[in-house]
Design a protein around this ligand. Structure first.
Ligand code: PHE
Length: 383
């Protein structure tokens, strides 16, 4: 059976029922993607138009949203996978996405080597044998199309995702237009409780909001997968803030959620300390201070020692020696109950961080608006 046929069958139909089988199926896909790319580069294309056509065909075959091999893996392997296989399939799927991302099919579309003879005749444009190309003036400057670059916020998001993927978390997402129930009630923020005002929320109607944080997806994921659960949730959020150098009405968060038996605050501290060291360097220290969120108890704010001045005080840490990273805490038992999980059997921790802020700190950017103005002179610095 070739891979096209395989991705159109469910894991059950393929007779795969263990993590090992899942792993080798995905390994086969990775190998094919890599081999097809290498083959295309080795073969090259006779001209630019053909290079673009071949490059695009390869990209679409793997990555097209509709009918691409990855979208079918999502449809036939991931979505219908049973509860026991889902985490393994999710993890492998994320890995495959990362891997195919790294193959940079988009680049091939621009940069496939051009050599006339190398292409098999069937791939040549029909007229090319008859039309004699005019001799080229090799002294003319070449045609160069500017390549795009990955947006610095996306890049930051991926960097953070990679750290948690390596720890065995997988990526979940949820709607940006959210019901009051998931956004507030299920997160233990009752109507009339003053803390609802902590989130300057845009209301679509009296029962619907533009989410002001990614925490509602905690409940959705608990309902969908049950426990144990190790996920991160990246996504856009919206708040009724006036745009200035540190506020934007649209911004990005990453939520983390770990639920299992016997999870303690020490697991939370250990994981976030490891995360900070992976992102900012081995020598940074983390600081946990008490805080309040209605959906965690106890709650905390995490800061990291400034990776620029090592805590001495500088512009990046505003002379404080510390950089605020995120809010976190142990998931409130009522929140677990609302997600359908028995708090007598399971417990967990959660955190929420602002991706844009991370990117600003990392690149020493002093105005969040720069991310969303689309000025190529700013964006191309992060290629
Ligand atoms: N959702 C909180 C916020 O947006 C952050 C948070 C997430 C805090 C998870 C604790 C646990 O402010």
């Amino acid at each position: 059976m070739n891979i096209e046929e395989k991705v159109r069958k469910t894991l059950a139909e393929l007779g795969v029922n263990g993590a090992q089988g899942v792993e080798s199926l995905f390994a086969e896909l990775q190998k094919s993607a890599e081999a097809e790319r290498a083959q295309l580069i080795a073969r090259g294309a006779p001209n630019q138009a053909q290079a673009e056509k071949l490059g695009k065909a390869l990209r679409d075959r793997w990555l097209a949203r509709n009918g691409g091999l990855l979208s079918q893996v999502d449809e036939y392997w991931l979505k219908p996978a049973g509860k026991d296989l889902k985490p393994a399939v999710g993890r492998q799927f994320n890995e495959l996405r990362r891997f195919t991302g790294e193959l940079e099919f988009d680049r091939l579309i621009q940069a496939l080597p051009l050599h006339k003879e190398a292409c098999p005749p069937t791939e040549l444009p029909l007229a090319s044998a008859a039309v004699r190309p005019a001799p080229r003036d090799l002294t003319l400057p070449g045609l160069r199309r500017p390549l795009g670059s990955i947006h610095p916020v996306t890049r930051m998001q991926r960097e953070i995702e990679d750290i948690f993927l390596r720890l065995g978390f997988w990526i979940e997402s949820g709607p940006e237009i959210e019901s009051i129930y998931y956004h507030f009630d299920a997160l233990n923020i009752p109507e009339s409780h003053p803390s609802r005002d902590d989130w300057d929320t845009f209301y679509v109607d009296s029962k619907t909001v533009l989410r002001a944080h990614t925490s509602p997806v905690q409940i959705r994921a608990m309902e969908k997968y049950g426990a144990p659960l190790y996920i991160i949730i990246p996504g856009k959020c919206y708040r009724h803030d006036n745009p200035d150098s540190t506020h934007s009405p649209m911004f990005h968060q990453i939520e983390g959620l770990a639920i299992d038996k016997d999870i303690t605050f020490a697991d939370l501290k250990g994981t976030l300390d490891f995360f900070a060291k992976m992102l900012f360097g081995e020598k940074v220290r983390t600081r946990f201070q008490p805080s309040f969120f209605p959906f965690t108890e106890p709650s905390g704010e995490v800061a990291v020692s400034c990776f620029v001045c090592d805590g001495q005080g500088c512009r990046v840490c505003k002379q404080s020696g510390w950089i605020e990273l995120m809010g976190c805490g142990m998931v409130h038992p009522q929140v677990l109950r609302n997600g359908g999980i028995d708090p007598d059997k399971y417990c967990g921790w959660a955190f929420g961080l602002g991706v844009d802020r991370f990117a600003m700190v990392k690149h020493d950017i002093n105005d969040i608006q720069l991310f969303f103005q689309g000025d190529v002179r700013f964006l191309e610095q992060f290629g």
